[in-house]
Design a protein around this ligand. Structure first.
Ligand code: SF4
Length: 357
């Protein structure tokens, strides 16, 4: 099967074209045509000679998805369903303007992208975790979610969060290459520091991210302040203990000087106590950081069993009390109001519903 041209970054394409007897600068022309002019066939790149257009057509694919469908939420959120060439499917979500502390946060357009088909982590609160892990996404499949979402809305996407289906740090190389392409200054796709990688706590990936200085922000899906609860909520992350996890977040901060984010879904009667506030306060003061509180949205459509079945959303009053208490302790805390509830596009709900039922 032919490789996809969007799986190659600039230096790889330069080497490839050079080995085929072409000039290296042609690689930049080709990628400019793809990422700036958004061509859909090599024949459209009139700036390169016909023999090169024919060569590219013969050697590479340019289309990534077989089919795309969309769902609109009443709050403006759009959920995309992308059918991959091998018959698998993934989802991503465009949030037109995130709501923070119940206020619209400017003209931000955030795309939540997937990095794997299914997920190995099986977190108790997550619909994706109920799907079997199939495979990592290629770089082209990651980038194409962004290109297609922008094409659909006809406007620039300002922020990207790797927080859709899958654990991004378990697909490190392809995610890294997608980030590098998205941040190429000559394409001006996304501004530096507008990309966030959200991990469930894969420590080797956090260390690698720190050592490689990828210019992204890091968020940790924390959700628990004790080891016992975290082991229940994220059972497949048991090998990475909280202590080592916080050490790795500190390592990341020391290496990159970039403050980190802790994501914290509030579950009724599970992680919403005064003791949790005290522990969160200690955690967040260790290095410059902020805490994003996320309301839980039920994943009943996955027919959860066991511990997952017991998870219920904390009430609105409880969430606001929790937020107030954190702020009173001087914590940089925010309330994220998940969008797209009516289309199951909220955080942790991506699960190709049709495939589950
Ligand atoms: S929360 Fe993230 S890591 Fe956990 S199962 Fe869902 S997609 Fe996977």
């Amino acid at each position: 099967m032919k490789p996809n041209i969007k799986d190659f970054d600039l230096s790889e394409l330069k080497e490839l074209l050079l080995s085929s007897g072409e000039q290296r600068y042609r690689a930049e022309q080709v990628l400019r045509a793809i990422y700036i002019y958004r061509i859909s066939s090599f024949d459209e790149i009139k700036i390169i000679p016909k023999h090169l257009r024919d060569y590219l057509t013969e050697k590479f694919k340019i289309t990534v998805f077989r089919n795309i469908s969309y769902q609109h939420s009443s709050d403006g959120t759009i959920k995309f369903l992308f059918h991959l060439s091998d018959g698998e499917a993934i989802e991503s979500v465009l949030i037109p303007s995130e709501f923070v502390n119940n206020k619209k946060s400017g003209s931000r357009k955030t795309l939540c992208v997937s990095t794997q088909v299914g997920c190995t982590f099986n977190c108790a609160f997550c619909a994706t975790g109920k799907l079997k892990f199939k495979r990592n996404l290629n770089t082209s499949e990651i980038i194409e979610q962004y290109l297609q979402a922008e094409k659909f809305i006809g406007e620039k996407i300002t922020n990207i969060v790797f927080m859709g289906m899958g654990e991004p740090l378990l697909n490190y190389d392809n995610v890294k290459k997608a980030v590098i392409i998205l941040l190429y200054p000559m394409f001006k796709l996304i501004n530096s520091k507008k990309i966030t990688i959200s991990t469930s706590g894969f420590i080797p990936g956090i260390i690698k991210l720190a050592d490689e200085h990828l210019p992204v922000k890091l968020a940790l899906s924390l959700h628990a302040t004790t080891q016992g609860l975290r082991d229940k909520l994220l059972p497949n992350c048991k090998s990475w203990k909280l202590k080592e996890l916080f050490d790795s977040m500190e390592y990341y901060y020391r290496k990159t000087s970039t403050p980190v984010t802790y994501e914290y879904i509030l579950f009724d009667g599970i992680n919403d106590t005064q003791d949790d506030i005290k522990r969160l306060s200690r955690i967040s003061k260790r290095i410059p950081s902020k805490i994003n509180l996320i309301p839980f949205h039920t994943i009943d459509f996955t027919n959860p069993t066991g511990f997952s079945e017991t998870l219920k959303p904390a009430s609105g009053n409880k969430i606001h009390w929790f937020l107030r208490e954190l702020k009173n302790k001087g914590i940089n805390a925010f309330l994220r109001t998940s969008s797209g509830l009516d289309i199951d596009a909220a955080c942790g709900q991506l699960a190709l519903k049709s495939g589950l039922s």
